[in-house]
Write a protein that binds this ligand. Structure first.
Ligand code: NDP
Length: 297
């Protein structure tokens, strides 16, 4: 079998186009423009790239983008005051604090200071609780993107065996929760899991979110399974340059799986697209409107 490649780039472009359409309608019909505020503390190069990309895509779908860049030695009180101001600003519907924060700042305290209704990353403890109890919440962007691709490819996920490798708060745990909410039978694997290959071989759906280059080989995959590779790992290639690979060995997995997301060009592009979708959702809810179907969990 040769797996179908799930084109995350095209999928993300489609999500952005849908968001842009809804934003245009909101502006025309209600005079409302969704606004996303991104807060970056410090000069981490990767974070700067992400923030630039988020700002650009936010404007491209017709939303307002507000960037707040603070120096690395910003104290907690200053950051908390900015978050309080953004919470109170009616033009701001989504707030994202780019992680990681410099070590002297308490990430949990900062995230939990964001108004949960504006928490477009879905990391606030209230949103974690709402998701865990199957209620309407803001859903973390990367798992939301994975879920959208799975639903698109497989339709109804009910009754499927899903294995999520990784139990982080930003990917593994919310992913497992979303799959459970879609009535999958979910196993969460992690670094202490015994006989991981056997666990993975039972899965109709494999979501790998580990951060170990090409850790999952094809002989762990059940024939026909759908493989979502969240991992983004930079490795040295034979020519001395670096290249990005996932947590799955794409070639050997693709020989067995029914479908697989490539790296790059799979899950990655969906994350920002889902951030925009979440901002639209937050804006709709703030204005007493239903969030558009297909762009939420
Ligand atoms: P974390 O480091 O927070 O979590 C990694 C998880 O993998 C942990 O739960 C850990 O288990 C588990 N793990 C580590 N080693 C093994 C092993 N040998 N076998 C099984 N499980 C193992 O990572 P994140 O969740 O933040 O990210 C995971 C990957 O996804 C990274 O490559 C990251 O770059 C990528 N990522 C991609 C995004 C995108 O937009 N595409 C967004 C976010 C992340 P334990 O808990 O026991 O330590």
């Amino acid at each position: 079998m040769t797996a179908q490649m799930i084109d995350g780039k095209a999928f993300a472009a489609n999500v952005r186009a849908q968001v842009a359409q809804h934003v245009a309608a909101l502006k025309a019909d209600k005079g409302i423009t969704p606004g996303l505020a991104v807060v970056l503390v410090g000069e981490d190069p990767a974070s700067q790239v992400y923030v630039r990309s988020k700002g650009k895509q936010t404007v491209e779908v017709g939303m307002n983008s507000y960037e707040h860049r603070l120096p690395a030695d910003t104290d907690a009180a200053t950051l908390m005051q900015l978050i309080a101001d953004l919470n109170a600003d009616a033009a701001v519907h989504g707030i994202l604090v780019q992680l990681p924060l410099p070590k002297h700042l308490d990430e949990d305290a900062v995230i939990n200071a964001i108004d949960p209704a504006k928490d477009v990353d879905g990391f606030h403890i209230s949103n974690v609780g709402l998701l865990g109890t199957g209620q309407k919440s803001m859903v973390p962007c990367t798992p939301l993107g994975c879920l959208m691709m799975l639903r698109d490819h497989l339709g109804d996920l009910s009754g499927m065996n899903a294995v999520v490798i990784g139990r982080s708060n930003i990917v593994g745990k919310p992913m497992a929760q979303l799959l459970l909410n879609d009535s999958c039978t979910v196993t969460i694997a992690h670094s202490r899991t015994k006989d991981l290959p056997e666990v993975v071989r039972r899965a109709d759906i494999v979501v790998a979110a580990v951060g170990r280059p090409q850790m999952v080989p094809g002989d762990w995959i059940k024939p026909g399974a759908t493989v979502i590779d969240v991992g983004i790992n930079r490795i040295e290639a034979e020519d001395g340059k670096t290249r990005l690979v996932g947590d799955c060995d794409t070639d050997s997995c693709a020989a067995v799986a029914g479908a697989i997301t490539p790296v790059p060009g799979g899950v990655g592009p969906m994350t920002i697209a889902c951030l925009l979708a979440n901002t639209l959702t937050a804006c709709c809810r703030a204005n007493g409107l239903e969030a558009p179907e297909g762009l939420t969990a």
